[in-house]
Ligand binder design. Structure first.
Ligand SMILES: NC(=O)c1ccc[n+]([C@@H]2O[C@H](COP(=O)([O-])OP(=O)(O)OC[C@H]3O[C@@H](n4cnc5c(N)ncnc54)[C@H](OP(=O)(O)O)[C@@H]3O)[C@@H](O)[C@H]2O)c1
Length: 223
């Protein structure tokens, strides 16, 4: 697929490497030093190029937005309209306002900041170092990436990209009720925790039923 990446730091850059490795074409964007985008594009090979956020949006069927919360308004302004595009938002609400009001998820809040986008949120619950280490694990040790969104078809496509990146996609449901995959790390949430497919189903069932999720699973370290 053609993917536009807005923000190629720890998370966006890691994802770019994983998805380029799976054969996707990428347009990399949004840096204070455009030379860094060119350098990453060279590292990723013929399918990758650098551009502006607006060029990344124009290029991509799917747009990954992976920037610090405080610069999201700036990134969205440079991106222009996202209408009709599948968006993967990796952001967490650490930083300057505007922030979601009490009781509203960051995913629901951000979806409203991207009018017409086929919004999803994913790749936000695990540290960049852990994601880099865990991508591509095999069998029962494969790690879950939670996703949410209000467009079922968009989530199917994003689930395919999660697999391509080397993880197991698990759909938690719509943006309004995905708070368990959002910061901060706390009891009763999947945010910040490693999950594997075998333990994910019970968490999804609990979220859908409005119940507290079962205790966080603990795994012996892989490898
Ligand atoms: N790091 C994690 O472990 C982690 C885990 C899960 C989710 N997240 C979330 O994912 C999002 C991205 O996190 P990250 O850790 O990948 O961020 P990061 O490493 O700081 O990367 C930020 C990206 O935005 C670009 N950027 C452009 N203008 C910027 C500006 N004015 N200020 C700061 N950056 C600017 C940076 O490019 P230049 O530096 O080249 O300008 C860089 O490519 C955040 O919302 C974060 O909460 C992070």
């Amino acid at each position: 697929m053609k993917l536009g990446i807005i923000g190629t730091g720890r998370i966006g850059g890691g994802l770019a490497r994983q998805l380029a490795g799976a054969g996707h074409e990428l347009k990399l964007s949004f840096s204070r030093d455009p030379g860094k985008l060119e350098e990453l594009a060279r590292e990723l090979g013929a399918g990758a190029s650098a551009g502006t956020p607006a060029e990344a949006v124009d290029f991509g069927e799917v747009i990954v937005i992976s920037v610090p919360w405080g610069v999201l308004p700036q990134a969205l302004e440079q991106a222009g309209s996202l209408a009709g595009k599948i968006v993967i938002d990796t952001t967490n609400q650490f930083g300057a306002p505007p922030l979601p009001p009490e009781g509203e998820t960051a995913a629901h809040f951000n979806a409203a900041r991207m009018p017409g986008a086929r919004y999803t949120k994913c790749f936000n619950t695990l540290t960049s170092a852990f994601q880099a280490e865990a991508a591509g694990r095999q069998g029962e040790e494969r790690v879950v990436q939670w996703l949410c969104g209000d467009d079922a078809k968009a989530k199917e496509i994003v689930a395919g990209l999660v697999e391509d990146a080397g993880f197991v996609p698990v759909d938690l449901g719509g943006t309004a009720k995905c708070s368990v995959m959002e910061a901060p790390r706390r009891d009763g949430a999947v945010y910040g925790e490693e999950y594997r497919a075998s333990d994910a189903r019970a968490a999804v069932e609990a979220v859908r039923a409005g119940r507290t999720i079962p205790p966080t699973p603990r795994y012996r370290s892989a490898g």
